[in-house]
Write a protein that binds this ligand. Structure first.
Ligand code: HEM
Ligand code: HEM
Length: 174
Protein backbone atom coordinates (compact mmCIF):
# COMPACT_ATOMS: atom_id res chain seq x y z
CA UNK A 1 0.00 0.00 0.00
CA UNK A 2 1.31 3.46 -0.89
CA UNK A 3 1.17 5.94 1.99
CA UNK A 4 1.31 9.70 2.32
CA UNK A 5 4.90 10.92 2.96
CA UNK A 6 5.85 11.23 6.69
CA UNK A 7 5.96 15.05 6.53
CA UNK A 8 2.34 15.14 5.30
CA UNK A 9 1.25 12.56 7.90
CA UNK A 10 2.85 14.64 10.67
CA UNK A 11 1.25 17.85 9.37
CA UNK A 12 -2.15 16.12 8.99
CA UNK A 13 -2.34 14.97 12.62
CA UNK A 14 -0.73 18.09 14.10
CA UNK A 15 -3.16 20.31 12.20
CA UNK A 16 -6.10 18.02 13.00
CA UNK A 17 -5.40 18.48 16.73
CA UNK A 18 -4.91 22.26 16.46
CA UNK A 19 -8.00 22.75 14.27
CA UNK A 20 -10.23 20.63 16.51
CA UNK A 21 -8.93 22.65 19.49
CA UNK A 22 -9.56 26.00 17.72
CA UNK A 23 -13.07 24.92 16.69
CA UNK A 24 -13.99 23.58 20.13
CA UNK A 25 -12.48 26.54 21.97
CA UNK A 26 -14.07 29.05 19.53
CA UNK A 27 -17.57 27.57 19.67
CA UNK A 28 -17.64 26.54 23.33
CA UNK A 29 -15.52 29.19 25.09
CA UNK A 30 -15.25 32.32 22.91
CA UNK A 31 -18.64 32.47 21.16
CA UNK A 32 -20.74 32.57 24.38
CA UNK A 33 -18.66 35.42 25.93
CA UNK A 34 -20.26 38.84 25.61
CA UNK A 35 -18.34 41.35 23.44
CA UNK A 36 -17.85 43.84 26.28
CA UNK A 37 -15.84 41.57 28.58
CA UNK A 38 -12.10 41.69 29.02
CA UNK A 39 -12.28 37.89 29.39
CA UNK A 40 -13.05 37.71 25.73
CA UNK A 41 -9.79 39.39 24.78
CA UNK A 42 -7.73 37.30 27.22
CA UNK A 43 -9.23 34.17 25.72
CA UNK A 44 -8.78 35.48 22.21
CA UNK A 45 -5.01 35.93 22.60
CA UNK A 46 -4.46 32.15 22.79
CA UNK A 47 -6.94 31.55 19.96
CA UNK A 48 -5.20 34.05 17.68
CA UNK A 49 -1.76 32.52 18.29
CA UNK A 50 -3.07 29.00 17.55
CA UNK A 51 -4.92 30.37 14.48
CA UNK A 52 -1.79 32.03 13.10
CA UNK A 53 0.21 28.83 13.71
CA UNK A 54 -2.43 26.88 11.75
CA UNK A 55 -2.00 29.41 8.91
CA UNK A 56 1.78 28.86 8.82
CA UNK A 57 1.35 25.07 8.89
CA UNK A 58 -1.21 25.26 6.08
CA UNK A 59 1.33 26.95 3.79
CA UNK A 60 3.96 24.32 4.69
CA UNK A 61 1.42 21.55 4.07
CA UNK A 62 0.35 22.90 0.71
CA UNK A 63 3.99 23.00 -0.43
CA UNK A 64 4.61 19.40 0.80
CA UNK A 65 1.29 18.23 -0.74
CA UNK A 66 2.12 19.68 -4.17
CA UNK A 67 5.76 18.47 -4.23
CA UNK A 68 5.25 14.96 -2.74
CA UNK A 69 4.32 11.78 -4.57
CA UNK A 70 0.87 11.15 -3.06
CA UNK A 71 -1.05 7.85 -3.14
CA UNK A 72 -3.75 7.77 -5.84
CA UNK A 73 -7.24 8.66 -4.68
CA UNK A 74 -9.08 5.54 -3.53
CA UNK A 75 -11.97 4.16 -5.55
CA UNK A 76 -15.15 3.48 -3.57
CA UNK A 77 -17.14 2.00 -6.45
CA UNK A 78 -19.49 5.00 -6.44
CA UNK A 79 -18.85 8.03 -8.69
CA UNK A 80 -20.49 10.51 -6.31
CA UNK A 81 -18.47 9.31 -3.30
CA UNK A 82 -15.25 9.42 -5.35
CA UNK A 83 -16.00 13.01 -6.31
CA UNK A 84 -16.92 13.99 -2.72
CA UNK A 85 -13.69 12.44 -1.43
CA UNK A 86 -11.50 14.48 -3.78
CA UNK A 87 -13.51 17.70 -3.43
CA UNK A 88 -13.65 17.50 0.37
CA UNK A 89 -9.85 17.25 0.65
CA UNK A 90 -9.38 20.46 -1.34
CA UNK A 91 -12.33 22.07 0.49
CA UNK A 92 -10.31 21.65 3.71
CA UNK A 93 -7.42 23.69 2.32
CA UNK A 94 -9.80 26.43 1.07
CA UNK A 95 -11.89 26.62 4.27
CA UNK A 96 -8.87 26.69 6.57
CA UNK A 97 -7.37 29.52 4.49
CA UNK A 98 -10.71 31.39 4.72
CA UNK A 99 -10.71 30.93 8.53
CA UNK A 100 -7.17 32.27 8.92
CA UNK A 101 -7.59 35.22 6.50
CA UNK A 102 -10.99 36.25 7.94
CA UNK A 103 -9.60 35.90 11.51
CA UNK A 104 -6.68 38.20 10.68
CA UNK A 105 -8.94 40.68 8.80
CA UNK A 106 -11.46 40.78 11.69
CA UNK A 107 -8.70 41.29 14.27
CA UNK A 108 -7.03 44.03 12.24
CA UNK A 109 -10.35 45.71 11.39
CA UNK A 110 -11.32 45.82 15.09
CA UNK A 111 -7.81 46.64 16.38
CA UNK A 112 -7.77 43.41 18.42
CA UNK A 113 -4.09 42.52 17.86
CA UNK A 114 -2.60 45.27 20.14
CA UNK A 115 -5.36 44.66 22.73
CA UNK A 116 -5.13 40.87 22.87
CA UNK A 117 -1.39 40.46 22.24
CA UNK A 118 0.17 43.85 23.07
CA UNK A 119 -1.44 44.86 26.38
CA UNK A 120 -3.31 47.91 24.96
CA UNK A 121 -6.55 48.99 26.71
CA UNK A 122 -9.34 46.49 26.00
CA UNK A 123 -12.21 48.24 24.20
CA UNK A 124 -14.03 46.41 21.47
CA UNK A 125 -15.09 48.92 18.78
CA UNK A 126 -18.69 49.77 17.91
CA UNK A 127 -20.02 47.58 15.12
CA UNK A 128 -17.74 44.58 15.88
CA UNK A 129 -20.87 42.38 15.71
CA UNK A 130 -21.51 43.28 12.08
CA UNK A 131 -17.95 43.26 10.68
CA UNK A 132 -18.01 41.32 7.38
CA UNK A 133 -14.84 39.26 8.18
CA UNK A 134 -16.41 38.30 11.53
CA UNK A 135 -19.54 37.02 9.78
CA UNK A 136 -17.37 35.09 7.32
CA UNK A 137 -15.29 33.63 10.22
CA UNK A 138 -18.41 32.43 12.06
CA UNK A 139 -20.09 30.99 8.92
CA UNK A 140 -16.88 29.29 7.72
CA UNK A 141 -16.29 27.79 11.19
CA UNK A 142 -19.72 26.11 11.03
CA UNK A 143 -18.95 24.82 7.52
CA UNK A 144 -15.60 23.49 8.81
CA UNK A 145 -17.32 21.62 11.68
CA UNK A 146 -19.64 19.96 9.12
CA UNK A 147 -16.69 19.08 6.84
CA UNK A 148 -14.76 17.51 9.75
CA UNK A 149 -17.84 15.43 10.68
CA UNK A 150 -18.20 14.29 7.05
CA UNK A 151 -14.46 13.44 6.95
CA UNK A 152 -14.74 11.43 10.15
CA UNK A 153 -17.84 9.66 8.79
CA UNK A 154 -15.94 8.83 5.56
CA UNK A 155 -13.02 7.39 7.57
CA UNK A 156 -15.40 5.16 9.55
CA UNK A 157 -17.17 4.13 6.30
CA UNK A 158 -13.83 3.07 4.77
CA UNK A 159 -12.70 1.33 7.95
CA UNK A 160 -15.83 -0.62 8.84
CA UNK A 161 -17.89 -0.87 5.62
CA UNK A 162 -15.39 -0.97 2.75
CA UNK A 163 -12.73 -2.46 5.09
CA UNK A 164 -9.89 -1.03 2.98
CA UNK A 165 -7.84 0.20 6.01
CA UNK A 166 -7.57 3.65 4.45
CA UNK A 167 -6.38 5.12 7.74
CA UNK A 168 -3.05 3.30 7.34
CA UNK A 169 -2.27 5.57 4.36
CA UNK A 170 -2.36 8.50 6.76
CA UNK A 171 0.14 6.89 9.18
CA UNK A 172 3.87 6.16 9.29
CA UNK A 173 5.40 2.99 7.81
CA UNK A 174 7.29 1.68 4.82
C1 HEM B 1 -8.22 27.50 11.25
C2 HEM B 1 -8.06 28.49 12.12
C3 HEM B 1 -9.19 29.02 12.97
C4 HEM B 1 -10.31 28.37 13.45
C5 HEM B 1 -10.74 26.92 13.23
C6 HEM B 1 -11.07 29.35 14.21
C7 HEM B 1 -12.29 29.10 14.82
C8 HEM B 1 -13.06 30.04 15.48
C9 HEM B 1 -14.37 29.81 16.02
C10 HEM B 1 -15.11 28.47 15.97
C11 HEM B 1 -14.81 30.99 16.57
C12 HEM B 1 -16.17 31.24 17.22
C13 HEM B 1 -17.17 31.53 16.10
C14 HEM B 1 -18.60 31.70 16.60
O1 HEM B 1 -18.89 32.75 17.18
O2 HEM B 1 -19.40 30.76 16.35
C15 HEM B 1 -13.77 31.96 16.39
C16 HEM B 1 -13.82 33.27 16.81
C17 HEM B 1 -12.81 34.18 16.65
N1 HEM B 1 -11.60 33.97 15.99
FE1 HEM B 1 -11.00 32.28 15.11
N2 HEM B 1 -10.40 30.55 14.19
C18 HEM B 1 -9.24 30.38 13.46
C19 HEM B 1 -8.26 31.34 13.19
C20 HEM B 1 -8.27 32.62 13.70
C21 HEM B 1 -7.21 33.61 13.49
C22 HEM B 1 -5.93 33.37 12.68
C23 HEM B 1 -7.59 34.74 14.15
C24 HEM B 1 -6.90 36.05 14.27
C25 HEM B 1 -5.60 36.23 14.18
C26 HEM B 1 -8.90 34.47 14.77
C27 HEM B 1 -9.63 35.38 15.51
C28 HEM B 1 -10.87 35.14 16.04
C29 HEM B 1 -11.65 36.16 16.74
C30 HEM B 1 -11.22 37.61 17.01
C31 HEM B 1 -12.86 35.56 17.13
C32 HEM B 1 -14.00 36.17 17.95
C33 HEM B 1 -15.17 36.54 17.07
C34 HEM B 1 -16.40 36.75 17.92
O3 HEM B 1 -16.34 37.39 18.94
O4 HEM B 1 -17.42 36.25 17.50
N3 HEM B 1 -9.28 33.17 14.48
N4 HEM B 1 -12.71 31.37 15.71
C1 HEM C 1 -10.98 13.78 13.21
C2 HEM C 1 -9.99 12.96 12.98
C3 HEM C 1 -9.47 12.68 11.59
C4 HEM C 1 -9.35 11.46 11.01
C5 HEM C 1 -9.74 10.12 11.63
C6 HEM C 1 -8.79 11.66 9.68
C7 HEM C 1 -8.48 10.67 8.80
C8 HEM C 1 -7.93 10.82 7.55
C9 HEM C 1 -7.54 9.77 6.65
C10 HEM C 1 -7.72 8.28 6.93
C11 HEM C 1 -7.06 10.33 5.52
C12 HEM C 1 -6.50 9.58 4.28
C13 HEM C 1 -7.49 9.61 3.17
C14 HEM C 1 -6.90 8.99 1.90
O1 HEM C 1 -6.00 8.15 2.00
O2 HEM C 1 -7.34 9.37 0.80
C15 HEM C 1 -7.13 11.76 5.67
C16 HEM C 1 -6.76 12.69 4.72
C17 HEM C 1 -6.94 14.03 4.84
N1 HEM C 1 -7.40 14.69 5.95
FE1 HEM C 1 -7.97 13.87 7.71
N2 HEM C 1 -8.61 13.01 9.47
C18 HEM C 1 -9.03 13.67 10.60
C19 HEM C 1 -9.02 15.03 10.80
C20 HEM C 1 -8.75 15.95 9.81
C21 HEM C 1 -8.86 17.39 9.98
C22 HEM C 1 -9.30 18.12 11.28
C23 HEM C 1 -8.50 17.94 8.82
C24 HEM C 1 -8.41 19.40 8.51
C25 HEM C 1 -7.25 19.95 8.49
C26 HEM C 1 -8.16 16.87 7.87
C27 HEM C 1 -7.78 17.05 6.54
C28 HEM C 1 -7.43 16.04 5.68
C29 HEM C 1 -6.98 16.25 4.29
C30 HEM C 1 -6.91 17.61 3.57
C31 HEM C 1 -6.68 14.98 3.79
C32 HEM C 1 -6.14 14.63 2.38
C33 HEM C 1 -4.65 14.59 2.40
C34 HEM C 1 -4.14 15.97 2.07
O3 HEM C 1 -4.45 16.47 0.99
O4 HEM C 1 -3.46 16.57 2.91
N3 HEM C 1 -8.32 15.67 8.53
N4 HEM C 1 -7.66 12.03 6.92
Amino acid sequence: MKRYVPALVTLHWLMAILILMALFFGKVVIAPLSDGFEDKLTNLAGHMIVGLLIGALLIARLIVRIRAQNPPHVETGNALLNFLGKASHWAFYVLIAVMVISGIAMSMGAGLMPMALGGAEAVLPEGFETLVPRRIHVAASTALVLLVLMHLGATLYHQFFLRDSLIKRMWFGS
